[in-house]
Design a protein around this ligand. Structure first.
Ligand code: HEM
Length: 493
């Protein structure tokens, strides 16, 4: 009798495990570690540690291009994986994109019940990202970037050891800019002046980390959402709601069309969605841009040759370092563009899971049954010698230039998926490039920048973690020297 009880209680769990390990499971032919076949908790754990891209890369070397990394999850290290994001593939986002605690609420980045709801909402957002929409943002980019130059110098002057954490400065610059773009500046975030006393940046990152890691096991995310660990997600939700409510209450709207103007004036966007959209705007509008700039600055200041080459390129076009930097001119500069692409290549190892629709899919001759969660191994593709050669792990912006790195060099542009592609492509790709070109150019034209003495460049690089957001284990400490007799004053020159 006792034996029967023991066997019968865990039997559904045991039966599931046996099935997942068995040759009858639809993904049985895909190789991968045994542990991954049993439970998605392995992927959750690896994701949470921030080095998922490196772990998966090593595993792909062992198991091949198509690899099972969860009971129902396949990682694909092949250029063909780009297809899963295309409109023709019709593969929706996986459950890891569900907005926890917000059943029934629609916001752009999160998973929608139908593709139509997603495209309708994207249409509303895209008002800000048209040519005219973005043009009206250029003066804000210029003003905030001058403010950044001041902020860097002020913080260095105030520090005890005469150094400044450039990563923090970029975060604060991008949050201030986002506050302008999204909320018309009415919330006065002013992080370059006041820092981040409410911990918005940390809260946003923690929430993203939880979605990206615990979200790989959706039932666990529902539990975490209700535990103290999920507090960061609630905190971000509260701050976002507060910022949105404040913007909606102001009696004098901003002098230009901020993102909220587009969202709030559209009758298809119910009020309850606006607060969730604010989370997307805050996180999407600040995090990736700032971290890409930190990585670009890290690479060109630790390899000063590129810093000097970039300055020479900029000075051939702009004789006045504090004069206007129109994007129509910046976008013509090949090395500036190459440096940003190379920083993105090494710094955007995103894991973006999609679900195979009814009928299944065939990729590179592999059948993927309906319901399988699939993801492009972006980091492996972006650092594969098949796509980027030579020295795919090294920062070599020349690989993006016409003359490249010699006749045997390769740079397969399609393998770079920093902004994703297809219906869920980043809505702000052009704006992000405009911001990044501007800030990098202004900095290099106006300041000498070098890491502090004793800065361990390898330790910094080893401490770059990614969980959809990037986390730096080490600060990026630099010394700056304004060039010549350019004197920068608060909020301008
Ligand atoms: C270097 C800068 C940026 C990078 C690398 C980047 C990357 C991405 C990626 C990879 C996605 C697709 C995510 C997925 O499918 O899981 C995405 C989506 C999105 N991004 Fe960006 N992004 C950047 C800047 C921005 C900025 C500045 C904004 C807002 C002002 C923004 C807003 C969004 C939004 C709203 C989506 C969701 C689009 C959709 O679901 O259709 N991003 N971004």
């Amino acid at each position: 009798m006792r034996v029967r009880c023991c066997l019968s209680a865990p039997s559904p769990v045991l039966a599931t495990m046996v099935y997942r390990l068995s040759p009858w499971h639809p993904l049985a032919q895909y190789p991968g570690p045994v542990l991954c076949r049993i439970s998605s908790l392995w992927l959750t754990y690896v994701s949470f540690r921030g080095r998922r891209h490196l772990v998966l890369d090593r595993m792909h070397d062992k198991y091949g291009e198509y690899m099972r990394i969860g009971p129902n999850i396949v990682s694909i290290n092949s250029i063909s994986a780009q297809y899963i994001y295309s409109a023709t593939a019709r593969m929706p986002k996986s459950d890891s994109y569900r907005a926890p605690g917000h059943e029934g609420v629609v916001a752009l980045f999160f998973k929608q019940p139908t593709e139509k709801l997603h495209s309708d909402r994207k249409r509303v957002w895209s008002g800000l990202f048209t040519k005219e929409g973005v043009e009206q943002l250029a003066p804000f980019i210029e003003r905030r970037t001058f403010e950044l130059l001041n902020c860097i110098q002020r913080r260095q002057a105030e520090s005890r050891d005469g150094s400044v954490n450039l990563a923090d400065c970029f975060y604060h610059w991008s949050y201030d800019l986002m506050g302008d773009f999204v909320f018309g500046g009415c919330n006065k975030l002013e992080m370059m002046k006041n820092g981040d006393p409410r911990g918005m940046i940390k809260g946003g990152k923690l929430a993203t980390i939880l979605l990206d890691s615990v979200g790989q096991t959706p039932w666990l995310l529902d539990i975490v959402w209700r535990l103290p660990l999920g507090r960061s997600m609630h905190r971000l939700t509260e701050i976002a709601a507060e910022l949105m409510d404040h913007r909606l209450r102001i009696t004098e709207p901003p002098s230009f069309r901020d993102l909220v103007s587009f969202l709030a004036e559209d009758e298809t966007v119910p009020e309850r969605d606006l607060r969730l959209e604010a989370i997307v705007a805050i996180q999407g509008g600040s995090d990736n841009t700032s971290i890409t700039m930190t990585l670009a600055a890290y690479f060109i200041t630790t390899q000063q040759k590129y810093f000097q080459l970039l300055r020479t390129e900029l000075e051939t076009m702009f004789t006045d370092p504090i004069g206007p930097l129109p994007d129509s001119s910046l976008s013509q500069l090949p090395l500036l563009d190459a440096i940003i692409h190379e920083a993105l290549r090494l710094g955007s190892p995103y894991f973006l899971p999609r679900v195979v629709p009814d009928g299944g899919a065939v990729l590179d001759g592999h059948f993927l049954p309906a319901g399988t969660v699939v993801a492009n191994a972006a980091y492996s593709q972006q650092t594969s010698p098949d796509n980027f050669y030579p020295d795919p792990l090294s920062f070599l912006p020349e690989r993006w230039l016409a003359e490249g790195l010699g006749t045997s060099a390769r740079a397969i542009k399609a393998a770079l998926s920093s902004f994703s592609s297809g219906p869920h492509v980043c809505i702000a790709k052009q704006l992000a490039f405009q911001e990044m070109r501007h800030v990098l150019a202004r900095l290099v034209l106006n300041m000498d920048i070098a890491p502090i003495e004793g800065f361990d460049a390898q330790a910094f690089r080893d401490g770059i973690l990614n969980m959809r957001t990037t986390v730096l284990e080490q600060p990026f400490l630099v010394h700056v020297h304004p060039r010549g007799d350019i004197v920068l004053v608060e909020d301008g020159v």
